[in-house]
Design a protein around this ligand. Structure first.
Ligand SMILES: NC(=O)c1ccc[n+]([C@@H]2O[C@H](COP(=O)([O-])OP(=O)(O)OC[C@H]3O[C@@H](n4cnc5c(N)ncnc54)[C@H](O)[C@@H]3O)[C@@H](O)[C@H]2O)c1
Ligand SMILES: [Zn+2]
Ligand SMILES: [Zn+2]
Length: 364
């Protein structure tokens, strides 16, 4: 018996999202249905709507979610997951057998699991679930491995944000760049993702955390709430010169580009000290190109990395950061700027576009 719930879809490139009826099939083998309690609005949802990710329309949007397991399919061991469990949904349900998993690097898993069955429109049209999740919906069907159990005392609104943006930024700093005590770190773009990197760098003990954004509200928030020690207004100053000035003239040990444009990447590249690390976490669009002197790439040494999902391992990282947040050691709840309804996703995109929010969170 399938069930029909409300869900937010992007039907075609650039068209406003629509709140429609979505058919959720019963969970099949290794699948689970989750009653979604909260789902953050991530810039990646907007990339999907704009056709920037792929052409798999119609998309069921939403992928930064927490909720309660309603039912599980065959083959899901009760010790692993059972109805009533409070979970954060993840888009890295590791397979355990691919070449990355086999080498003990499951955070790079190349064959992650999603539900095998599609959710559909009432006319049977299959939906592509954003990042294999599709959680701007009352209920969603996922692979059981996409459900990561965390402390049920955590508020779903904030916990869900670890399911994508906050974890992506936090992990870019802590996992990909391996920021450690004493490092100097600059983060370009302090939306939900970049602010996660600011907070992650502070948590890891960086001595200098420079928040760079062209929106003064974001850099003020980075300083007041998320642990930035210095700020740079990208609209009013030369970012490279400003970061160098704040780091003894050398550049930062780690620069994280959480915007993902050629110009911000170039800033990150030159705002980095010799032998430093650049991490690209913002998602570029297919038309973007980068033109850098190869000699500078060689001559400056160090490492240029990109970070998918903060190189996180959900089973290891989500419960950890929920606990740190519960203990007051990580400002997870401060990422929630506003809560909105399922019918407000388009308005939330506009708020994000205006820079009014770190995260709007849809509550169900
Ligand atoms: N790598 C991953 O796993 C992953 C996961 C989630 C999101 N993302 C991507 O990360 C990026 C950021 O997502 P978000 O949700 O934080 O977006 P957002 O729109 O909330 O934030 C972007 C921020 O960058 C600032 N900005 C834009 N252009 C700038 C510039 N030229 N210089 C300085 N600041 C600038 C904006 O003012 C804003 O504060 C997006 O591209 C998103 O798709 C990547
Ligand atoms: Zn794998
Ligand atoms: Zn996301």
């Amino acid at each position: 018996m399938s069930q029909t719930v409300r869900g937010v879809i992007a039907r075609s490139k650039g068209a406003p999202v629509e709140l429609v009826e979505v058919v959720v099939p019963d969970p099949g083998r290794h699948e689970a249905i989750v009653a979604v309690q909260a789902c953050g609005v991530c810039h990646t949802d907007l990339h999907y709507r704009e056709g920037g990710i792929n052409d798999g329309f119609p998309f069921l949007l939403g992928h930064e979610a927490a909720g309660v397991v309603e039912s599980v399919g065959e083959g899901v061991e009760p010790d692993t997951l059972r109805p009533g469990d409070f979970v954060i949904l993840n888009w890295r349900a590791v397979c355990g057998v691919c070449r990355a998993c086999a080498r003990g690097r499951p955070w790079y898993c190349f064959d992650t699991h999603n539900a095998a069955q599609p959710m559909t429109l009432t006319d049977g049209t299959p939906l592509s679930a954003a990042l294999g999740i599709g959680a701007f919906a009352d209920k969603t069907l996922v692979h059981a491995g996409q459900c990561t159990k965390v402390d049920p005392a955590a508020p779903a609104t904030a916990a869900g944000l670890l399911g994508c943006g906050v974890m992506a930024g936090l992990g870019a700093a802590v996992n990909t760049a391996a920021v450690t005590r004493g490092d100097t770190v600059a983060v370009i773009g302090c939306g939900g993702v970049g602010m996660g990197a600011v907070a992650g760098a502070a948590l890891a003990g960086a001595r200098t955390v420079i928040a760079v954004d062209r929106d003064p509200r974001k850099i003020e928030l980075a300083r007041a709430t998320f642990g930035a020690t210095h700020t740079v207004d990208a609209a009013a100053s030369d970012v490279v010169a400003a970061v160098r000035a704040l780091t003894g003239g050398f550049g930062a040990d780690v620069v994280i580009d959480a915007v993902g444009r050629p110009e911000t990447y170039e800033q990150a590249f030159y705002a980095r000290d010799l032998a430093g690390t650049v991490v690209l976490v913002g998602v570029p669009t297919p038309d973007m190109r980068l033109d850098l002197p190869l000699l500078d790439y060689f001559g400056r040494g160090g490492s240029l990395k990109s970070s998918w999902y903060g190189d996180c391992l959900p089973s290891r990282d989500f419960p950890l950061y929920v606990d740190l947040a519960r203990q007051g050691r990580f400002p997870l709840e401060a990422f929630v700027s506003e809560t909105v309804g399922l019918g407000d996703v388009e308005a939330a995109f506009a708020a994000m576009h205006r820079g009014d929010v770190l995260r709007s969170v849809v509550v169900l």
